[in-house]
Design a protein around this ligand. Structure first.
Ligand code: NAD
Length: 499
């Protein structure tokens, strides 16, 4: 192990080193240097976290809705008051620029606020007198201990897609964040503890495949919520299902933005640049392909390139537009697609490889890149690149475009840019994608609608957050009851209070 500080797990309401001696470096991607190490849990460490959660779960499940809601509100206040601290952690370990880090936190905060409505959202249903003197009602009860496994690209927001709702519903949670930018998870767990969440109800175990496999196989974990790349999502879904767990596994994406000739081309160009290069393209809802109808394609490509020339790539703390990529290996992989596309006949309109950077030379830099006339047979079109590489595919008309989108194995997000309401409505009906934008490039639903794609972008039938999350994190129980005698609680003139 190096002399760098080491990030511990968070178990039983405190930092905990665990027993495994394995660690991994955590980089500052804007400098290209390791800034700390993170512990990598073994199966024994995961078992200890699950044991702590299992011990804490019954009391949390039995805490009144008023009490659980109080913790949710307190966490919301603390997170809101201290979000600058969290944003700086995100920029330091992920590399995204500070303004974007704040955007990520704001979208996580939305789910925290939504979870404050848990008492309403957990209400069951009641049918009176289904038979003489007999009533039937349904209850929603927590699952017990649930597992959450999150990716590197939203180290705060993705955990916050799941934690607030799982906890508000009365579950205990074991979170395994990405080992590439793990500090945000500990920061969140510490703030939940300050908000009054009892020790053990939320644990963070750091690690890689070994820790993930231990979660998937642990008999006391009732469900797994996963977000990451498609091959791993599929593996998680299959393995956790085979171990009898409820699973939602959100996978990768290749999001198309269709621009029809009647669209506002300035709005479309702004949107393509914002959605293509925000967070250096490391977003599952990034636009990675613009489908431009031939008649406007030249104009649109010019407008996109003009805007790209104004972008500043560099250190996220220096007010730049776009930060570095997560690791050197990922940067090199993303950059390799520029050559792939060129070899396959595409035109490299803007090559980000030689970008001038406002940052340290060792950072994992790649500038915004624009590829035009990319053939759909090219790996640059087919693969999820997950970087600042925007491909333009030229199409004859709407029908060709919808065929291309629907042939994609992914179905996370898509957008249409048009001023024709009929075309937009037809698109919304015909497209095989879970989240659709109409003149909106990144259609991430608000917290009170659920988030999730179709096809290889989501394995399982439950989306993240929103109403579907309250179903996912609870089990419904139907009670059929007959009471023969009335009863009462005696005389008390005080105004009824919830305790
Ligand atoms: P990843 O699949 O490499 O890692 C995700 C998680 O899985 C991490 O916690 C990681 O430690 C773990 N993991 C990695 N390899 C594993 C293995 N072999 N076995 C078991 N666990 C393993 O994903 P990433 O690179 O961290 O994140 C980027 C990916 O996530 C992209 O594909 C992106 O599209 C996707 N993503 C999807 C959504 C969505 O909502 N659909 C949201 C964010 C990110």
């Amino acid at each position: 192990m190096s002399d760098l500080p080491v990030l511990d797990h968070w178990v039983g309401g405190a930092a905990w080193p665990g027993t495994s001696t394995r660690t991994a470096p955590v980089y500052d991607p804007a400098r290209g240097e390791a800034q700390r190490e993170v512990r990598l849990a073994g199966a024994d460490d995961v078992a200890a976290a699950v044991a702590s959660a299992t011990a804490a779960a019954p009391a949390w499940r039995d805490a009144s809705l008023a009490k659980r809601q109080g913790v949710m509100f307190a966490f919301r206040e603390i997170l809101n008051a201290r979000k600058e601290e969290l944003a700086r952690i995100l920029t330091s370990e992920h590399g995204k620029v500070l303004a974007d880090a704040h955007g990520e936190i704001a979208r996580g905060l939305e789910v925290v606020e939504f979870a404050c409505a848990a008492p309403h959202l957990l209400k069951g249903e009641y049918s009176e007198s289904v038979s003489t003197g007999v009533d039937v009602y349904t209850l929603r009860q927590p699952l017990g201990v649930v597992g959450v496994i999150s990716p590197f690209n939203f180290p705060a927001m993705v955990p916050l897609w799941f934690l607030p709702i799982a906890l508000a519903a009365g579950n205990a949670v074991v979170l395994k964040p990405s080992e590439k930018d793990p500090s945000a998870a500990n920061w969140i767990a510490e703030r939940y503890a300050e908000a009054g969440l009892p020790a053990g109800v939320l644990s963070v175990v750091h690690g890689d495949k070994e820790a993930v496999d231990a979660i998937l196989e642990h008999p006391d974990i009732a469900s797994v919520s996963f977000v990451g790349s498609t091959p791993i999502a599929k593996y998680i879904y299959e393995t956790a299902s085979a171990h009898g767990k409820r699973v939602q596994a959100l996978g990768g994406a290749k999001n198309h933005m269709l621009v029809l000739p009647d669209a506002d081309l300035d709005l479309a160009a702004d949107s393509a640049v914002n959605a293509g290069f925000g967070s250096a393209g490391e977003r599952c809802m990034a636009v990675s392909v613009v489908l431009a109808v031939d008649s406007i394609a030249d104009t649109l490509v010019d407008k996109i390139a003009e805007r790209m020339a104004t972008l500043r790539t560099g250190d996220g703390l220096r007010g730049c537009d776009m930060g570095p990529l997560i690791t050197a290996a990922h940067r090199d992989k993303v950059a390799s697609y520029i050559g792939v596309a060129r070899d396959d006949g595409a035109t490299v309109v803007v090559d980000g490889a030689g970008v001038e950077v406002d940052g340290e030379p060792g950072g994992f830099w790649l500038g915004p890149t624009l590829l035009d006339a990319v053939p759909t047979s090219s790996a640059a079109y087919r693969d999820e690149i997950f970087g600042p590489v925007l491909s333009v595919v030229r199409v004859g008309a709407y029908d060709e475009a919808i065929e291309i989108i629907n042939a994609s194995p992914y179905g996370n997000g898509t957008a249409i840019f048009t001023n024709d309401g009929g075309a937009a409505r037809r698109f919304q009906r015909e497209v095989s994608v879970g989240m659709v934008g109409i003149n909106v490039p990144i259609p991430v639903p608000v917290a009170y609608h659920s988030f999730g794609g179709w096809k290889a972008s989501l394995f399982g039938d439950a989306k993240a957050y929103g109403p579907q999350a309250f179903s996912f994190f609870t089990r419904e129980k139907a009670v059929t009851s007959r009471w023969l005698d009335p009863s009462h609680g005696g005389v008390n003139l005080g105004f009824p209070q919830n305790t």
